[in-house]
Ligand binder design. Sequence first.
Ligand code: ADE
Ligand code: ZN
Length: 324
Amino acid sequence: MSTFINELPKVELHLHIEGTLEPEMVFALARRNGITLDYADEGALKAAYDFKDLQSFLDVYYQGMQVLLTEQDFFDMTWAYLERAHAERVRHTEIFFDPQAHTDRGVPLAAVIGGIHRALEQARQQWGLSSRLIMSFLRHLSEESAFETLHHAEPFRHQLSGIGLDSSEKGNPPSKFVRVYAAAREQGFRLVAHAGEEGPPQYIHDALDLLKVERIDHGVAAVHDRHLMERLARERIPLTVCPLSNLKLRVVEHMGEHPMLKLLHAGLCVTVNSDDPAYFGGYMNANYQALQQGLGATDGELLQMALNSVEACWLSPEEKAVLT
Ligand code: ADE
Ligand code: ZN
């Protein structure tokens, strides 16, 4: 690992907290909660991490998170992530969670948000590691389910900064969620959405024009649409790109063909993130390293991406000034 990457202060903007469940913790929580998994041991679970696309990953991801039942489980998962992030000099992190994946199993939203939030607060006090929490709707579920979730989250409004949209992209376009995004906007939520990961560039246009998001999660499909690239550059719409995720989910076949540098040099506000690090082979440093070693990104280019993350994050100008 290069010293430059190790020592670079980092901001993470695209991290699914359920995607930080390492196999060891999946089994530890399963034992603690008396849950029997479909996999015999950690090795068998890891062997399933050979994904061919987004859906084949999601199938394993939703199974893994079934071990999460109590507030303490959500605390322990989040704390383990924050310890790693702190060790990699992450100074600020904006975290997604998937409420429906838990409430649909009967886990109370208070346990989910309570446990995550308690860990975030402890990291802020202990290390000055700041954070924001983003509640993400599952796009394979209905608009009605998203509305219910928004309603159930009202008591926790002050702990949530934004709304996101994730899960199976193809066939679940942004247009499906126009009304629930409008309602969230009325409530003062900041808005982001996954778009252009496996889906077409049109989904990025639609996330911007129909959902009125301020940031695009992934967005790498923009490279196929010159006018969209020009717009994203002109409006400085941040893309939260996840290099190792794109490799593991076969959005690109080799890191050498990843569009990150092309987007950067076209003037887009591209940022580096880890998405689901327990499943994709690494946390923030590993993602920067993949760009350096697989794509030949220079320290100057990596620094620009890190500065883009500061620009794109939801801290105040005064808080951002401390980071740079
Ligand atoms: N949920 C967790 N990780 C995701 C990803 N990379 N794309 C869509 N939904 C997700
Ligand atoms: Zn994601």
